[in-house]
Write a protein that binds this ligand. Structure first.
Ligand code: GTQ
Length: 348
């Protein structure tokens, strides 16, 4: 048959052609089209679990090796095992465990990357955002929106660890990163603690305050106490088949995500409850704040206990099976995808 006879020759001819056009920084689309325009997302990242019980000692060891001041931020990055060396947990998101020792200060700086914190371990630290401090209590969800000054300190007597979630890979992809160091180590306090929560976080805003849709919230702490109280109250009713009892954290002045690039969620899964298979295009980082739960991702089960972190890549099926009553916090790039008309989900 002529077709098969000409195949090797054609192949050689094409390779020579690719080499010639390569000299002009060109490459044929037909060799890569399937990968460029896949029928559905084919994430290069992998599902993964970080067990806090295994990590804690290593995080604490960093406290002996480097000071917060020397490091600027003493953080162990949680790198996706399939993308080592890229400082990312999904293609668009960063995660890390930050440690601050008693008496230390992580000096003031600001950057165009947005950050969220989820307090995991220890007491007595604070984060200051644009001149207001908030004491970090376990389970608190705290934000430092793009270009806000922030420093962290520890006035207590124990090491404090929290999870940092940032949009670093997304900002890097867009080549839109700027950063500045503060003149002083820590910011002068210009408002009493609780001011932002009272003004913006009590179902009210100042009388003449109208916010642009893309602005981050002025509220910068979502106290665990309040989140848990809401979830507990809601859980008196029937759970959703795919989520249990899941709430979306918002900017209360706009109803949008707290910051334009990252969504955050808290959910309670009743003891013994199993969620139905669910997939969505936003790769998501989950943290177990209370209870214990099995995360079944594309058929592989990851056992989560308190402070454990799991990443579910885009378009991977996930199901949760709670042991004891479980509270999960999660974050993703959903608002970016929604703004661009890209976000999809599938409930099985
Ligand atoms: O606390 O400002 O994990 O700037 C990475 C970069 C934390 C922070 C990180 C940062 C910070």
């Amino acid at each position: 048959m002529e077709a098969t006879a000409t195949q090797p020759q054609r192949h050689t001819e094409r390779e020579a052609y690719y080499a010639r056009i390569g000299q002009h920084s060109m490459t044929p689309l037909w060799e890569v089209l399937g990968a460029l325009v896949p029928p559905q997302p084919r994430s290069p990242i992998e599902p993964a679990l970080w067990r806090y019980a295994d990590l804690r000692q290593h995080v604490m060891e960093a406290g002996r090796l480097i000071t917060a001041e020397e490091a600027e931020r003493r953080v162990l990055i949680l790198e996706n095992p399939a993308l080592r060396g890229h400082s990312c947990i999904t293609q668009s998101l960063y995660a890390g465990l930050q440690l601050i020792m008693p008496g230390e200060v992580a000096p003031a700086h600001r950057h165009t990357q947005s950050a969220l914190r989820l307090v995991l371990d220890g007491e007595g630290a604070y984060t200051a955002v644009d001149g207001e401090r908030t004491t970090m209590r376990r389970g608190d969800f705290i934000i430092t929106p793009a270009w806000t000054w922030h420093d962290h300190g520890n006035l207590g007597n124990e090491p404090v660890v929290w999870l940092d979630g940032l949009d670093i890979p997304l900002v890097r992809f867009l080549d839109a990163g700027f950063a500045e160091k503060g003149e002083a180590e820590y910011q002068a306090v210009v408002r009493p603690e609780g001011d932002a929560l009272a003004r913006y976080g009590a179902n009210m805003v100042p009388v003449d305050f109208y916010q642009q849709p893309v602005e981050p919230t002025r509220l910068f702490v979502y106290p665990w106490e309040r989140t848990l109280a809401s979830l507990k109250a809601i859980s008196a009713g029937p759970p959703d088949a795919h989520f249990g009892h899941k709430q979306r954290h918002i900017n209360p002045a706009t109803g949008r995500s707290p910051m334009p690039t990252m969504a955050a969620f808290s959910q309670l899964i009743p003891a013994g409850f199993e969620t139905r298979p669910y997939r969505c295009t936003d790769g998501t980082v989950y943290v177990c704040l209370a209870g214990s739960v099995e995360a079944c991702i594309e058929g592989v089960t990851y056992q989560m206990h308190e402070n454990d972190v799991v990443v579910v890549p885009s378009w991977h099926s996930v199901q949760f099976r709670a042991g004891a009553e479980t509270v999960l916090f999660s974050y993703s790039d959903r608002p970016v995808q929604q703004a661009l008309g890209l976000w999809r989900e599938l409930r099985a």
